[in-house]
Design a protein around this ligand. Structure first.
Ligand code: C2E
Ligand code: CA
Ligand code: CA
Length: 777
């Protein structure tokens, strides 16, 4: 129920009532209206007796309690009966008006309320006195006719008072009063008869005995007033406590915010009863009391108008509404917390998408549906390509922003009702229900590939990250877990065949993937336990035949066999293991370099292969500096494949520059197969070119191959780079290289295979002995 502050029309009405009262009093005084002779001439005595009574009774109405509410019974008409019987209307009106003004002056209340109260009381009272005066019989007050006149006059008072007050309240709250109030009116009317006869009796006692005897009548009346007042207060207090208790209990039991607000709304009405009261979304204004209800973010107000009530009653209302509001706020906060916790348990906080658990539930539901109606569901497993690099290079907040954007983009590609979830990290899943034909899936996955990979700007960094998508469909014969796992297998296949594409699940992907996962586990253990070995392959100067460098190569024995480095290195790159693996290799090289130094030979180069991920890994520069320290005079060369070195990646170029400043050299590995343009060789800090094995295969018989290699050597020379020809497997190839006039280096099985450090030491010792005579000569 909406409760508003005093309206304009009610203000106008209240003021008119006050003006009317002034007019009526003035007319009564001026016209000397009334036919009757005064029964008592001493107006001062009348004033003395009635004014205090008027003040007291208008302040303390007798309150009758019924189950449905309280009824106020005023003793004011008792005074009217007294006045009407003893003095003519013009005297009575003045006394009454004076009493009304005094009574309201002594009460603490807003001025508008006081003026209105004076207005109502005076208007109704003066009218009642006129009626009594007019109806009163000739020949003195001790007759039935006078009693009847008193009753009629007092009824007029009651009715006028009631109607004016009701109109004012109705104008203020724009809500009519219920029938309940009307039955109260009847009860009040009946009680008037008793009250009026008391006033009439007092007048008779004054006439028959004296003023003193009349005063004695005040004793039982005062006792009655006090008793009624205190029980009224107690009963109203305990009633309100009961309401508060009931409402508090009821709001705690609610399971929805609406229920709590409804309970507070009806609780507020039950509390203030006679007044309108209700919940709305703006605070109390002038002429209202209100209490704020909040669940921590939203706000409501429980408001009731002040009306004509006295300050103590208004204070009680405020306190009790506050208590209701407090109970309500607690209940609402609890419900909000529960809602938030349920949301958190079911959603990903970052993207607000469903989480894995919810997604699996929904897939399970969908599968149950397909078993019933024979439809098909499809699950898409999307994994961003190269998300880790975004995190490494631009920081986690950029990564988070990218994930949120990706979530929105995925959401925009699917149909209404399709479920999108974030499974964790950079993995998203989509559930497509009721897939009629493959076309739908193809259309959605195609738009997903395009939307996710679209260029975007994250925290000021322009970037574009593609996604690999695996698709698995089911007619209900598998579980949700299996369906999601199949989509995952298909996604891995999509990664394996080059990323940024869609692959539909086939059973063989599963077996391959399981094997790969097992391998990844085993490799992680091997790295952790430092079980990898490092072997060294010598690099020779073609002209002098001396060993000029050693290339460190990692070896892994697993299940009794040697795993090809190409396969475990790419597995390590996929799983991020390549960073710790590379650290182990650097440590091992540092240890072995100490042994090589002890030989006391002229320093040689030691080359270590590194992956792009290592270059940008935090702490890499420091790690390499440690290795440089251990190497001493030996030159450290880091080999990076052409593909990795050319990446448009300012961070890795920066790291390269820092390391070069520390004395490290860089070699471009597998040169010639990775990239078409060689312009980068001029801008990057590169010192060595290692031509890919394929270029040496046919040089001894194919002139074109020979020319190509020669061209590469020329280019290297022009750029001031050393060139190492890799993959020399035959003497003929070496012979051919010898025909080249430029300084050239060679590496290959024909010269020396990769070997453990102990063999390298032997080889180097032997080469010293071999070379000694040459140097000496
Ligand atoms: P790569 O850097 O090109 O290393 C040279 C590879 O050629 C080595 O294979 C070596 O054994 C092989 N090789 C040497 N001479 C000949 C030859 O005459 N003929 C043929 N056909 N091959 C020859 P390996 O040891 O199997 O290593 C393969 C690749 O694994 C390496 O290629 C390198 O890219 C990577 N790798 C090896 N160790 C590491 C490492 O510690 N870290 C990183 N990031 N990558 C490594
Ligand atoms: Ca290499
Ligand atoms: Ca190579």
């Amino acid at each position: 129920m909406a409760v508003e502050a005093q309206s304009r029309s009610s203000r106008v009405f209240d003021r008119s009532v006050f003006a009317l009262a002034i007019v009526l009093t003035a007319v009564s005084a001026a016209s000397a209206f009334g036919r009757s002779e005064p029964a008592v001439d001493d107006l001062r005595l009348i004033l003395l007796l009635t004014i205090p009574v008027i003040v007291i009774v208008s302040r303390y109405p007798v309150l009758l309690h019924r189950s449905r509410g309280v009824i106020e019974i005023g003793f004011d008409s008792c005074v009217l009966a007294f006045l009407g019987t003893l003095v003519p209307a013009y005297d009575g009106a003045l006394v009454w008006a004076l009493g009304a003004v005094l009574a309201q002056t002594l009460i603490r209340r807003r001025l508008v309320a006081k003026l209105f109260n004076v207005g109502v009381m005076t208007t109704s009272g003066v009218a009642a006195l006129w009626v009594i005066d007019w109806l009163g019989p000739e020949g003195g007050p001790v007759q039935v006719g006078q009693f009847v006149a008193v009753l009629v006059g007092c009824s007029v008072y009651f009715v006028l008072d009631f109607v004016i007050s009701e109109v004012s309240v109705a104008l203020e709250s724009a809500t009519p009063h219920s029938d309940e109030r009307r039955s109260d009116v009847l009860l009040s009317m009946v009680s008037i008869v008793a009250v009026d006869s008391l006033g009439y009796l007092a007048a008779l006692v004054l006439l028959a005995v004296n003023a003193w005897a009349t005063l004695l009548l005040a004793v039982p009346v005062a006792t009655l007033l006090v008793a009624s007042l205190s029980t009224a207060r107690d009963r109203e207090g305990s009633r309100r406590m009961r309401v508060l208790f009931d409402v508090s209990r009821s709001v705690q039991r609610q399971t929805a915010a609406d229920g709590v607000l409804d309970a507070l709304d009806s609780g507020g009405r039950a509390l203030v009863r006679a007044q309108p009261c209700g919940i709305r979304d703006h605070p109390a204004q002038a002429g209202e009391v209100g209490a704020r209800i909040t669940d921590g973010s939203r706000e409501w107000w429980l408001v009731t108008p002040v009306g004509q009530r006295n300050p103590a009653a208004v204070r009680a209302d405020r306190e009790h509404l506050d208590q209701l509001a407090l109970a309500g706020s607690e209940a609402l906060s609890r419900l909000k917390l529960t809602r938030e916790m349920t949301f958190l348990a079911r959603h990903d906080i970052l993207t607000a998408l469903s989480n894995r658990g919810v997604f699996l539930d929904r897939v399970e539901d969908a599968l149950a549906g397909t078993r019933r109606d024979g439809s098909t569901v499809a699950v898409l497993f999307c994994d961003l390509d190269g998300f880790k690099q975004v995190n490494d290079r631009f920081g986690q907040s950029a990564g988070d922003a990218l994930l949120v954007r990706t979530a929105t983009r995925i959401g925009a590609c699917v149909r209404r009702g399709d479920i999108v979830a974030r499974l964790g990290g950079d993995e998203f899943a989509v559930l497509l229900e009721d897939v009629q034909d493959v076309g739908v899936v193809e259309q959605i996955t195609a738009s997903l590939l395009e939307a996710v990979a679209a260029k975007t700007d994250v925290n000021g960094h322009p970037m574009s990250v593609s996604t690999s998508i695996g698709v698995a469909g089911s007619d209900g014969s598998v579980s949700a877990e299996i369906l999601l796992r199949n989509a995952d297998f298909a996604m891995y296949e999509a990664k394996a065949i080059g990323k940024n594409c869609v692959v539909h699940y086939r059973p063989e992907y599963g077996t391959a993937r399981v094997r790969k996962l097992e391998m990844a586990d085993a490799l992680a253990t091997a790295v952790q336990l430092d079980q990898l070995e490092v072997v060294y392959q010598p690099v020779y100067s073609v002209r002098t035949g001396a060993v000029t460098a050693l290339e460190a190569l990692a070896r892994w024995h697993h299940d009794g066999r040697e795993i090809a480095p190409t396969s475990f290195i790419s597995l390590a790159e996929e799983t991020g293991l390549v960073v710790p693996l590379g650290e182990r290799v650097l440590d091992r090289v540092a240890d072995d370099a100490v042994r090589i130094r002890r030989l006391g030979l002229p320093p040689i180069q030691i080359a270590v292969n590194i992956s792009a991920q290592q270059l940008i890994a935090p702490g890499f520069v420091d790690r390499v500096r440690d290795t440089i320290g251990a190497l001493g005079e030996q030159q450290l060369v880091l080999e990076v494949t052409e593909r990795d070195v050319v990446r448009e990646d300012s961070l890795s170029h920066e790291v390269m520059a820092r390391l070069v400043a520390d004395g490290v050299q860089f070699a471009v590995d597998d040169f010639g197969v990775g990239f078409s343009s060689v312009g980068y060789l001029q801008s990057l800090p590169v010192h060595v070119l290692k031509t890919d094995r394929t270029f040496v295969t046919g040089i001894e018989r194919d002139p074109r191959a020979a020319n190509l290699l020669r061209a590469m050597l020329l280019m290297g020379r022009a750029l001031g780079l050393r060139v190492v020809v890799e993959g020399v497997e035959r003497q003929a190839q070496l012979d051919h290289l010898r025909t080249i006039r430029n300084e050239v280096f060679a590496q290959g099985y024909h010269l020396a295979p990769p070997m453990p450090v102990a063999e390298v030491l032997d080889l180097l010792r032997a080469s010293r002995q071999l070379r000694a005579p040459v140097t000496a000569g």
